[in-house]
Ligand binder design. Structure first.
Ligand SMILES: *[C@@H]1O[C@H](CO)[C@@H](O)[C@H](O)[C@H]1NC(C)=O
Ligand SMILES: *[C@@H]1O[C@H](CO)[C@@H](O)[C@H](O)[C@H]1NC(C)=O
Length: 165
């Protein structure tokens, strides 16, 4: 899937709703895209299709991207996907394809998936959709995921990229 352009995120609003909604609050409905670029136009720009270093195509069995949020910090893109957070450096511009330097997999908690399924949700709805991506300070990224309709937030160290939720 070619989705280099996401609609502008509105993290402050989402965060507010998240806080008001408590731990069991549901995420609001997604607004439709503000604009959709035609494929001919996109062909002139590098795209991110989910490949990492050393892979010509996304690894076998890899899901299609389901990009939820994109945060640009100087020349670094943080891409919040479904169950994954990618870090993509915009420099140097090497080819027509952007590749991630770092991929962090963060799935829904298994017990939250069970509750989600018991409530009659589809398996695909019980995944962890990254809905909030904010820079807290120079070295910390604040990330929230839907976690099977039981939102969870975490601080990640951007400089070392090693902390876990
Ligand atoms: C982004 O670039 C500015 C200007 O060079 C710098 O002051 C700032 O620390 C950078 N931000 C991060 C998060 O690295
Ligand atoms: C993230 O860090 C901030 C500031 O240190 C803290 O107030 C907040 O509770 C942390 N959030 C999580 C989810 O750990």
């Amino acid at each position: 899937m070619r989705t280099p352009r996401a609609p502008p995120p509105r993290p402050a609003l989402l965060l507010l709703l998240l806080l008001l909604g408590g731990s069991h609050g549901l995420f609001p409905e997604e607004p439709p895209p503000l604009s959709v670029a035609p494929r001919d136009y996109l062909n002139h720009y590098p795209v991110f299709v989910g490949s990492g270093p050393g892979h010509l195509t996304p690894a076998e069995g890899t899901d299609d991207l389901n990009i939820q949020r994109v945060l640009r910090v100087n020349r670094t893109l943080f891409i919040g996907d479904r169950d994954n957070l990618y870090r993509v450096e915009l420099e140097p511009p090497t080819s027509m394809e952007l590749r991630y330097q770092r991929k962090l997999t963060w799935r829904s908690n298994p017990s939250d998936i069970n509750v989600c399924r018991m409530k009659g949700k589809q398996e695909g709805e019980c995944r962890n959709f990254v809905k909030v991506l904010l820079l807290r300070d120079e070295s910390t990224l604040f990330v929230c995921g839907s976690n099977a309709f039981n939102p969870v937030c975490a601080n990640y160290s951007v400089s070392h990229r090693s902390s876990k939720p």
